[in-house]
Design a protein. Structure first.
Length: 198
């Protein structure tokens, strides 16, 4: 294993496992719905980030970030969606008070969530440009970057979701659920702030 590939793995691990909007959503999903019902969300984030990494390696991220109006529209749409999800988490209640219609973010919702995140575009573009020499064959390079992001993002979401599910086992009363739901919602809403400070 080359030094550059090891550096790439560390970069992807830090980018995908560090706390942020998606990890907060994964924790909340595990807490509110359990691991099994959250699998479509977990897979969706992995697939979405993997596809984004492929698009970045093919040059789409550079094009997106070069057009301020498009980047602004993506930031606004993503922020509105994350605020909507934060509101859903805050008002979800304990399992005993949750309506049967309540459901975690879908596979397609999770894929879309990654594509509305300018920070994810910047990270995948940075990886594509900083680690452009991992494989000499260009299609292999694109596939390697996409597959690595997909595997690491899926593993990260699974870990954070499992953490949320374990945390839910400790909650015994409605007020504890209310406090935790509100905390998770505030963390998710706060994850939007860095998008507007850059």
């Amino acid at each position: 294993m080359t030094d550059s590939y090891m550096a790439f793995l560390i970069f992807v691990a830090v980018a995908t496992f560090s706390p942020g909007g998606a990890t907060t959503l994964a924790t909340a999903s595990g807490m509110l719905y359990g691991f099994r019902r959250s699998v479509p969300f977990i897979v969706g984030i992995g697939v979405g980030l993997g596809l984004m990494a492929v698009a970045s390696a093919l040059g789409l991220a550079a094009l997106l970030l070069a057009l301020p109006a498009v980047e602004f529209a993506v930031s606004v749409t993503g922020s509105i969606y994350l605020l909507y999800l934060a509101w859903k988490i805050a008002t979800n209640g304990s399992p005993s008070r949750r309506p049967d219609a309540s459901a975690p973010v879908s596979l397609w919702g999770a894929i879309g969530l990654t594509w509305y995140n300018p920070k994810a575009w910047a990270i995948t573009m940075g990886a594509s440009s900083s680690f452009a020499d991992l494989v000499r064959w260009p299609p292999g390079q694109v596939a390697l970057i996409g597959a690595t992001f997909m595997v690491f993002a899926t593993a990260s979401m699974a870990l954070w979701c499992t953490t949320g599910h374990a945390l839910a086992q400790l909650l015994k009363s409605d007020w504890q659920w209310q406090v935790l739901n509100l905390t998770m919602a505030l963390l998710l809403a706060a994850s939007i702030i860095p998008l507007w400070l850059e």
